[in-house]
Every structure is written in structure tokens, then in C-alpha cells.
Design a protein around this ligand. Structure first.
Ligand code: AMP
Length: 420
């Protein structure tokens, strides 16, 4: 698991191709949240201060239009039906260009950032060649080339011409084997490959918890579906002392225990698997906690009639959140934990009336003296919105990637880096 970092190699005078995550939300030509840009700064600044030529690359949005010679009209919104392929491409380029990030980055880095206006080819080469030690170039959106996600060898070779050293600091795409996330190294075009500070921390904290956790080690999983997290539950059952399951996925386990679930989310084809997981927990001596009471409603609506039921969920009602007894049960289980991994909300937290369970466990996590690790996505958003972010040990910058790490899978974007 231990990979070389930017501090383990000499980068002075070298061109460092740095895969960052600049996939920021943009509305009406304005970056509405620059957390990801700020998150990338420590790695970029370190490399610039060491006298490297920093060549940054990222994707932004989903510019699928541009890559296809013929645009798939079925994917076009009705409002755009009258537009020509060229018009659609032009709009996508405008919407997904990283130029807006280059401008902001240039402000943050005292005017030392050049905009390349392409990913490979003459314009990009000119920008890279003009880059001096301690300066920075931002390439255009990698996904303007379909070769990026296809991990095309020829594209990797061209991209790798900008790299004496490869640095990966985009954890959010580290579970993908794309040209910029792994291919340039996998094909042998760059030999020196290290991680930046963001990936270093992800591997240290999540990897460390999985390999050698301070105990008791508690994992808390929620969210919509068991099927998304089977691998994670399976792997964590080998490691944790307590496994807490809430959210929509709990009801498949209810069904496995022979309880009725009414109109709740329930994956019928996963009930046998849920039974196996319950049996595995017993076999491994893992304390497996499921909700003992449930906030149910008679419609999937914040203002629907709701009540709390224990055990069975009656016909015509659906589970929307964990009930008060379960909130106590889960909070108690967290109290003495020394390591906690959390992924997935305890209920339909987007609706305020069904957000209490998620808020309660987030508050409990903020309160305990333990290593607290929040998977990306919804749980990260919940913790941040509630103002608890600073109280957590680590909030992952990659939802899918952190889940794959917890599942015990190899992430191509990390695997390709040089071992310590
Ligand atoms: P995931 O992406 O799998 O972590 O799932 C997150 C989603 O699960 C959120 O949008 C929640 O609203 C949803 N969710 C959590 N609990 C429930 C529930 N009891 N019923 C329906 N959806 C739920």
C-alpha cells in the first residue's frame, strides 16, 4: 500500500504531469464551489516551490458530445433538438472547458499559470515548452478526447511527452484506468510515478484503518442499495468489531430476518445474500446492528403522514429514517469506538423530516475521540453541511474510489505508482 510521494523524489527542473481533480461545479460561467481547486493547492505549491515545471491535467463535467464524430441524438435534451452537431459541440466546449479554472488558479498562484487550450498537440506543446521552473500550465479538459477514458496507448504516449515525472493527486478517479489516471505509467511511458498530498492522505488514513485499525473498529453503512455495497460489507466483516447498517439498504436485511417491509426499498434478489452476510457476521463474531425502530411514511414525500414503528413495517408504509431507539443504539455503539468508517445516510436525508437519523449519527461522530473516516458522496456532504467537517479525521475526496478501497480492491491510479 505504501507509495512514493512527491517528497520522495527530486523534481527540480523536471516536468511533472499532475493529474488533479478540477471537476468543480460551474453555473452560468461561475465556479460555485472551489473546494477541489483549494484541495489541489498544497501539492501544486510544493512542486512549484521545488522548482518543478508543473503540467496540470483534469476532466470537467461530461463532455461526451465532443468526442463522438456523430452525436447520439437520443441523449440530447428536447430543448436542444433543433441545434446542429457543431452548435452542440461548441456549447459543450464552452460549458466544460477548464479555462475558467485556469483563470481562478492563476489568481491563486500569483500569475504563474498558463492556459494550454488543448490537451495534446501543438498548442499544448508550445505552452509546456514555454513553462519555466516554478511555473504551471493547465491543459484543457482531458475528456475532450475519447482516448482518455479508453486508456488509448497512442494518446498516453502523447500525454506522457509532457512528463519526466507523473504525479497522481486525483483520488476521485483513482479507481479508473484512464490515460491520465494510470495509462501513462501502465504502458511504461513514464517511470517516476508518485502521489500528491491528497492521495497520500487517502491511502494513509483509509488504508491504515483497514490494515491496522485502532479498536473497537466500527463501520457504519447506509444509503439506498445493498447491491452497491455487497463487496464493502463482505470485506469489512473480515475486519470490524461492529457493523452498523441503516438507510434504505437495511430493509433487505429486515426481509432476510423474516420481517415485513411494506413499501420500503427492498432488493428481493439480494435477500439470500443478506442472510449469508448476517450468518458471516455471526461466524466472525462481528456485532451486526440493524435498526430496531423505523420512521415510516405513507408516501415518498417530506410532508407525507409519518409515524415510528418497531420491528415489522406495515403494508402501505415505507421506511424513511431510523427511529429514536435506533438512534440511541447506533450512538451508543459509536461511543467507545476508536476507528469509525461511515458511508451512506441513515435515511432519506434530503427531506428534512427524514434527516434526523443521519444528523444524529453525524453529531455522534463529531463528538467521539476516535479516528473518524467519512466516505465521499452523501455522507461527506451531510457532515460538511452540518458543520462537522473540521471534527472528522478524514473526509474522503472520492466516493467510488473510497468504496473500492474499503472493498479491498486495487485502484489502478494508486497501483501504478512507485512503491516506497
Ligand atoms: P447511496 O448513494 O447508496 O449512498 O445512497 C444515498 C441515497 O440513499 C440518498 O439519496 C438517500 O435519500 C437514499 N436513502 C437512504 N435511506 C433511504 C430510505 N430509507 N429509502 C429510500 N432511499 C433512501
Amino acid at each position: 500500500m505504501a507509495k512514493k510521494t512527491i517528497e520522495d523524489i527530486n523534481v527540480f527542473g523536471k516536468r511533472c504531469l499532475v493529474r488533479v481533480d478540477f471537476n468543480v461545479p460551474v453555473k452560468g460561467g461561475v465556479i460555485t464551489d472551489e473546494t477541489r481547486i483549494q484541495g489541489a493547492l498544497p501539492t501544486i505549491k510544493y512542486l512549484m516551490n521545488q522548482g518543478a515545471k508543473v503540467i496540470l491535467c483534469s476532466h470537467l463535467g461530461r463532455p461526451f458530445n465532443i468526442c463522438n464524430e456523430v452525436i447520439d441524438r437520443k441523449k440530447i435534451k428536447p430543448a436542444d433538438a433543433d441545434k446542429t452537431d457543431d452548435q452542440l459541440r461548441e456549447e459543450t466546449i464552452k460549458k466544460c472547458s477548464l479555462k475558467i479554472v485556469a483563470d481562478r488558479l492563476n489568481e491563486l498562484l500569483d500569475g504563474k499559470v498558463t492556459w494550454a487550450d488543448d490537451v495534446i498537440g501543438e498548442k499544448a506543446e508550445a505552452a509546456v515548452n514555454a513553462c519555466k521552473n516554478g511555473e504551471c500550465v493547465l491543459l484543457e479538459n482531458l475528456r475532450f478526447y475519447k482516448e482518455e477514458t479508453k486508456n488509448d496507448k497512442g494518446f498516453c504516449e502523447k500525454l506522457a511527452r509532457f512528463a519526466d515525472v507523473y504525479v497522481n493527486d486525483a483520488f476521485g478517479t483513482a479507481h479508473r484506468a484512464h490515460a491520465s489516471t494510470a495509462g501513462v505509467v501502465q504502458y511504461g511511458f513514464v517511470k517516476d510515478a508518485v502521489c500528491g498530498y491528497l492521495i497520500q492522505k487517502e491511502l494513509e488514513v483509509i488504508g491504515g484503518a483497514l490494515e491496522n485499525p485502532a479498536r473497537p473498529f466500527v463501520a457504519m453503512l447506509g444509503g439506498a442499495k445493498v447491491s452497491d455495497k455487497i463487496g464493502v460489507i463482505n470485506n469489512l466483516l473480515e475486519k470490524v468489531d461492529t457493523l452498523i447498517v441503516g438507510g434504505g439498504m437495511a430493509y433487505t436485511f429486515f426481509a432476510a430476518q423474516g420481517k415485513t417491509v411494506g413499501d420500503s426499498l427492498c432488493e428481493v434478489d439480494k435477500i439470500d445474500l443478506a442472510k449469508e452476510l448476517i450468518a458471516k457476521a455471526k461466524d466472525k463474531g462481528v456485532n451486526f446492528l440493524l435498526p430496531v425502530d423505523t420512521v415510516v411514511s405513507n408516501a415518498f414525500d417530506n410532508n407525507a403522514d409519518s409515524k415510528v414503528v418497531e420491528g415489522n413495517i406495515p403494508e402501505g408504509w415505507m421506511g424513511m429514517d431510523i427511529g429514536p431507539k435506533t438512534r440511541d443504539l447506533f450512538t451508543n455503539a459509536l461511543k467507545d469506538a476508536k476507528t469509525v468508517i461511515w458511508n451512506g445516510p441513515m435515511g432519506v436525508f434530503e427531506m428534512p423530516n427524514f434527516a434526523v437519523g443521519t444528523k444524529t449519527v453525524a453529531a455522534a461522530l463529531a463528538d467521539i475521540d476516535a479516528i473518524t473516516i467519512i466516505g465521499g458522496g452523501d455522507s461527506a456532504a451531510a457532515v460538511t453541511q452540518l458543520g462537522y467537517a473540521a471534527k472528522m479525521t478524514h473526509i474522503s475526496t472520492g466516493g467510488g474510489a473510497s468504496l473500492e478501497l474499503m472493498e479491498g480492491l486495487v485502484l489502478p491510479g494508486c497501483d501504478c505508482l512507485n512503491d516506497k
